[in-house]
Design a binder for this molecule. Structure first.
Ligand SMILES: Nc1ncnc2c1ncn2[C@@H]1O[C@H](COP(=O)(O)OP(=O)(O)OP(=O)(O)O)[C@@H](O)[C@H]1O
Ligand SMILES: [Mg+2]
Length: 298
């Protein structure tokens, strides 16, 4: 499979799919013509579908998904429960195999990207080992990859500092708050310097104040590291606050019903931005998309 180097990130301009349940079938298809100056997308998905074969029949999880993500984007996926957000992230990370369509990650197949250690995955629960200290948890992937002890120490020190956990290296996970544990899991995912950070509702279980704080920290981290982040959330304010691009999905089978450019909000955002008309306009559009896709609103 060859990646078309000329493909470019398509951004649907605001208003394109506003208003009701207008079908998004041409969302990613209406891509601009080739521009050799535009770098190839980090994630390139065409006509992707995935059906789970369950005991009581097939589950159509994803249908006709088209998406391009450029390097350094912060992309949020939002949609109702069961619409296939986790499935999509897992396909990108080579943890699920699609039934149809094409997917390239950094120009290669997801399995090649996984072998190359392109991914850092952060789950809803921090998934830290309780018998290892925070530092030892962060160093775990590096141990598995056979990195020397000195290098491991240096990298874990740097990553823990980046997520503001300096001084907590020798603590065990159960001695830390939920938010701190989640930051430790972010440090662990960053430890081997993956090109892509995949985050599946990482702050879903945290209270709003802690979540706000972590959102601000995550934005700073994104700005410092320049990683490409794919972030699943159920929260509209969280999606708008964090993202340069928001992907709105429909109920099962998951389809993309809107792609919203939020890059004009800038990279450095304070929580107060949530009161601004620009922010509220994007939030409104996300809500409209979710409403339009919801079958019980019919
Ligand atoms: N291993 C599996 N076998 C069968 N069906 C599955 C499997 N994993 C997920 N599904 C089904 O696929 C659909 C999409 O699931 P997925 O976990 O991707 O949804 P989601 O959007 O992440 O939901 P949530 O917001 O609740 O986390 C759901 O109907 C789910 O029941
Ligand atoms: Mg999920």
């Amino acid at each position: 499979m060859q990646l078309k180097a000329e493909t470019v990130l398509e951004r649907v301009t605001e208003g394109d799919v506003m208003g009701g349940s207008k079908a998004p079938s041409g969302l990613a298809a209406a891509r601009p013509e080739s521009d050799p100056a535009t770098p190839a997308p980090v994630v390139d998905i065409k006509d992707l579908s995935l059906t789970y074969e369950a005991a009581d029949g097939p589950v159509y999880a994803l249908s006709n998904v088209n998406l391009q993500i450029a390097e350094g984007e912060f992309v949020s996926f939002i949609g109702p429960s069961g619409c296939g957000k986790t499935t999509l992230l897992r396909v990108i990370a080579d943890l699920e195999q699609p039934n149809g369509g094409h997917i390239h990650v950094n120009g290669v197949s997801p399995s090649e990207a996984r072998v190359r250690r392109d991914y850092g995955f952060i789950f809803q629960a921090p998934a830290l080992y309780p018998w290892r200290t925070i530092q030892k948890n962060v160093e775990l992937p590096l141990e598995i990859f056979g990195i020397s002890k000195g290098e491991r120490r240096e990298r874990s020190r740097r990553q823990l500092e980046l997520v503001n956990l300096k001084g907590f290296e020798k603590k065990f996970p159960w001695q830390l708050s939920g938010g701190m544990q989640q930051r430790a899991s972010i440090a662990r995912a960053l430890s081997f310097d993956p090109r892509l950070l995949l985050m599946d509702e990482p702050f879903g279980a945290l209270d709003e104040i802690v979540r706000d704080h972590l959102n601000e920290q995550l934005l700073k981290l994104w700005d410092k590291t320049r990683k490409t982040v794919l972030f699943v959330t159920h929260s509209i304010p969280e999606a708008v606050f964090l993202s340069s691009m928001i992907v709105v999905m429909s109920p099962r089978p998951g389809r993309i019903i809107d792609i919203i450019d939020a890059s004009h909000l800038g990279r450095e955002r304070k929580l107060e931005i949530r009161e601004t008309p620009e922010f509220l306009k994007i939030a409104h559009r996300v809500r409209e998309g979710l409403r339009a896709g919801h079958s019980y609103d019919d």
